[in-house]
Design a protein around this ligand. Sequence first.
Ligand code: HDE
Length: 712
Amino acid sequence: MSSLVESAKKAFTSATATEKVADLQRDIQTPQARDHLTTDHGVKVSDTDNWLKVIGTGPGKYNGPMLLEDQIGREKIHRFDHERIPERVVHARGAAAHGYFKVYDDRASKYSYAPVLTDSLRTTPVFVRFSTVQGPRGSADTARDVRGFAVKFYTEEGNWDIVGNDIPVFFIQDAIKFPDFVHAVKPEPQNEVPTGQSAHNNFWDFVGLQPESAHMVMWVMSDRGIPRSFRMMQGFGVNTYTLLNDRGERHFVKFHFIPELGVHSLLWDEALKISGQDPDFHRKDLNEAIENGAYPRWRFAIQTIPEDREHDFDFDILDATKLWPEELVPLEEIGELVLNRVVDEFFTETEQVAFCTSHVVPGIGFSDDPLLQGRNFSYFDTQITRLGVNFQELPINRPICPVLNHNRDGKARHRIVKSSINYWPNRKNIGMPVPAEKGGYIEYAQRLEGIKERARGDKFQEHFSHAQLFFNSLAPYEKIHLANAISFELSHCEDRVVYNSYIDVLNNIDFSLAKSVAGKVGADVPSQSGRRNHGKKGKGLSQTDFMPKEPTILSRRIAILVADGFNEVEMQAVRVALTSAKAVCYIIGPRRGHIHPSQDTGSGVSADHHFEGQRSTLFDAIYIPSGAEHVKALAKNGRVIHWLRETFGHCKPIAAVGEAVDFLRDVVQLPKVDLFAPGGRNDQVVSSYGVVSTGRYSAGSSIIADIPKFEA
Ligand code: HDE
């Protein structure tokens, strides 16, 4: 065996259960206290604060000119000048984490011989990057947008990438439309407005003229466009891939990730406010959950269709603007994805990770989905622009298995291959390396016949049936959110042609939806339905279909509002109960610092934030303990009253005890104050995510919780 193969094998076998993390250790530097600064060529640097310059020697020292000869100063500035690489042309803003993937058993072996999908003894390391699509790297996390959900599986047979989204369909059917779509949704060319939004003429102009977008637009305008957390989104491979089994049979397949915590969204008002209050809300949320041990988890499922049933459906199963209704093609859950480690350095991991839909492993293949085939070309190409031709050698991208071939050179090549042979076949024919006899990637022998033509298949011409299916399946309040979202966006389009054109599209989906949006945005209100709504509904389309099996407040953020004179015994009891249900509590007070309790109830707490330093939008629920003095102080604070009214308006739970209940009724004047019945349950904190039993505690007061309900 050549030393090259040996060294690659060694690197591979030394890998542990978290092979990729171990592999990355080779490149991780952890500076220790008092380590020396050096230049990039390794020479120690003793002064990094002063450029080499002429110091005048007249009476007193004075500054003369700086000298270009300062190679240390020059290196520092030159390196800085070249710190930026091109941001991703779409999905520029993202956050990522490490984790693992495991299948439950070998049930998928009837579809595929890929061990990553069938070997339950394996733990496959993964790196997952979530993103928004439209905005630049510095845009806000909570924009209304599609979210990217890209998973790199570091399998023993090579890297496999599912470059998916949180929505199961796409805007266009054919890759050749992608540049038009992206130009239309991105900021307009004359003024680079708007940032991180699709609420502008060009986007709605394009989708109005491109009815194949209708289905996807419905998803983005629904609550799916404003997720509460990356951890509470579904992930979809979107395109149709194929699986090949060891009998040589092929199935078409769609990939799904289903979040353990359920699918939850922000309200639009929250999303808008958080964009300003904490533009990093989602990336912080991801790290906070992992650091608190609330590891994000998804069940992994597949939908499969045997090859000979390809044409059995009234839609084309290779059309990415259509989903495969679960009633027709059930989901099979085969494994789980868990994220358990935050990144060490954003640039080298999250920014440099390079996903390619063309990265598949033996047993997994492509289909003739015309969007997927274009993507297979585009991603590799874009990585060469972003990172250079050797992008797969970067630590975050390199596989955990041996990589050996005759590809050579190019910018920033790292690997040193010690061999006189860089081609195949070679005269020595001793193999360094040779084509694999077993385990190589084998293309499925697919029979093809047809006419070369710039055209699309017949079933690709129908665009509204699945848009109707999605709309019909939403809960009443989800429909209202959707109509409001489209109305918001169209009211940002000044051109009447644009918003009238979109009303025509909506009228092909649902007459009442078209009328209600048209009425709001000043468009021509249609007098009759453009197309009959078929009235069918589907499973797994409304977010309400994804409530977790057991109600949970795991990783939910709870603000405890206190001022001097709060009842600490009671507050601590509630806090322990919430924390043991794995919620994350923050104490918010009039100042960040010590807050004094009421007499004899404790020694006080240190507030994490002051009332002005945070906003209610950043929390899932509020709890106010009892305590006469503290409630009196809260009542004098306009910001506190705003916190509570806003929380109530956003349909979030508020728990109050003793004097705090009167405060909510009399001072905050919550409209449904009769729900705060003093003397109510004292053993439970109720949240709209479920009921968490906290057990009895000694303070003797009652915890009263309200669940404000959204009413249409
Ligand atoms: Fe992408 N897409 N895309 N896309 N996409 C990119 O690749 C492209 C599409 C998706 O976290 C780019 O590395 C074409 C569908 C994600 O790094 C680029 C077409 C879906 C990410 C590109 C599509 C996606 C990208 C830009 C139509 C959901 C971020 C930077 C044929 C299934 C991955 C990059 C990450 C990124 C091209 C359509 C998801 C230019 C040509 C459909 C999650 O290559």
